[in-house]
Design a protein around this ligand. Structure first.
Ligand SMILES: Nc1ncnc2c1ncn2[C@@H]1O[C@H](COP(=O)(O)OP(=O)(O)OP(=O)(O)O)[C@@H](O)[C@H]1O
Ligand SMILES: [Mg+2]
Length: 361
């Protein structure tokens, strides 16, 4: 901003010369006075046009009007009989056009102005080298300002793109933390709930089992705390074997029979992790929503596709399941690996969750 102001100021040094020529010319006083007013208007319009976009906001139409005025004013001054050195004002006109207009339009204006000034200066008897220097300076300054303006625009776009990328990264990370926390806490709190309810029921009749359940509650609480810390710090890695073991313990506490098929299947690390999250959310849903007596988990890896199924024989409603965060989060995790999630009531009763992820051979 300061640099631009300084640049505009230095640029204006060359605009003073014609004024001293004006006072040395043989023009009448009235014409000199009118030309001086027009010259002052020109300088003011030029400064406003160059600095527009900083403190001053100029709409596209106002910009065009300002730039047109920067062309008309010198023509009027020269028609009033101002000295030939006033042709330098056309250099300021092309500089403003280069700075404020689209590059293609600005270049057309630069060329047209150079040709126009060249023809007019020759016709009014300017010497060949003076004409050549006007034309050259117009072309040089006009194209330079056009390139400069382009550079400024590209820089702005680059900066905007960088901000956008940073914003995406933040949103992505926020979603990851939300998903991880949901899936971790949803599971742990369900297990804690279940086991403390069980302990409360057992405390009168079987104090020993109640104590064992409470010890489990403590262990799950401690583990949840550690997992939440890891999730927030971003190095939480869930393993399928651990998720299967956790599911077994939680379902057993709820008195739900549990069977696993394919626990030995070896999967790539990213698929293993998504399956682990799916087992966790799937079995937590069985605990919370199904009222099932039996839950089966099946893992397979065939024909370039790894498949995980979690199903139960509960009383899932045949209505379309209301969208919760759990299945939506799983869907997102699957989509990141170009996989797909299907979840819903089974035709013969119970609920079925199936996750299919492509695996490169
Ligand atoms: N095993 C299941 N048995 C019966 N209904 C289920 C089962 N799993 C999911 N659902 C139904 O699907 C819905 C969506 O599940 P989802 O896991 O997305 O959300 P939620 O468990 O309700 O809440 P959240 O997981 O966000 O805490 C559930 O509310 C429930 O109605
Ligand atoms: Mg859920």
């Amino acid at each position: 901003m300061l640099r631009l102001t300084a640049g505009v100021g230095v640029g204006l040094l060359f605009i003073v010369g014609p004024v001293s020529d004006l006072y040395r010319s043989s023009m009448g006083t009235a014409r000199v006075a009118v030309t001086t007013v027009l010259w002052i208007s020109f300088v003011a319009l030029y400064v406003l046009t160059m600095r527009a976009g900083y403190r001053l906001r100029l709409g596209p139409r106002a910009t065009l009007v300002f730039i047109a005025a920067l062309l008309v004013l010198p023509i009027v001054m020269l028609s009033l009989g101002a000295p030939g050195s006033f042709a330098i004002l056309f250099v300021y006109f092309v500089a403003a056009a280069g700075m404020r207009l689209r590059a293609d339009a600005a270049l057309v204006i630069v060329v047209a102005t150079a040709v126009g000034v060249g023809i007019a200066a020759t016709a009014t008897g300017s010497k060949g080298d003076a004409v050549a220097s006007y034309v050259l300076v117009i072309v040089a300054i006009g194209t330079m300002m056009t390139a400069f303006n382009r550079q400024i625009r590209v820089n702005r776009e680059l900066q905007a793109a960088r901000h956008e990328l940073a914003r995406f990264a933040v949103t992505d990370e926020r979603l990851r933390i939300a998903r991880d926390l949901h899936d971790l806490l949803g599971h742990s709190l369900s297990v804690i709930n279940l086991k403390s309810e069980l302990a409360a029921k057992l405390i009168e009749t079987d104090a020993k089992r109640a104590a064992a359940e409470l010890a489990d509650v403590q262990a799950v609480g401690r583990q949840a705390l550690a997992e939440v810390r890891e999730a927030v710090q971003g190095y939480r890695q869930l393993a399928l074997v651990d998720a299967l073991a956790g599911a077994q313990s939680a379902l057993a506490a709820a008195g739900i029979a549990y069977e696993v098929d394919g626990a030995q299947v070896r999967l790539p690390a990213d698929v293993d992790e998504v399956f682990a999250w799916a087992v966790r959310e799937g079995t937590t849903n069985v605990l919370r929503h199904s009222g099932a007596a039996h839950c089966a988990v099946r893992i397979s890896d065939r024909a370039g596709e790894a498949t995980l199924v979690v199903e139960d024989d509960g009383a899932a409603s045949s209505q379309a399941a209301p969208a919760g965060s759990g299945l939506a989060g799983l869907s997102e995790r699957a989509a990141r690996l170009r996989g797909r999630l299907e979840a819903g009531p089974r035709p013969d009763g119970g609920f079925r969750l199936q996750l299919v992820v492509p695996v490169s051979q």
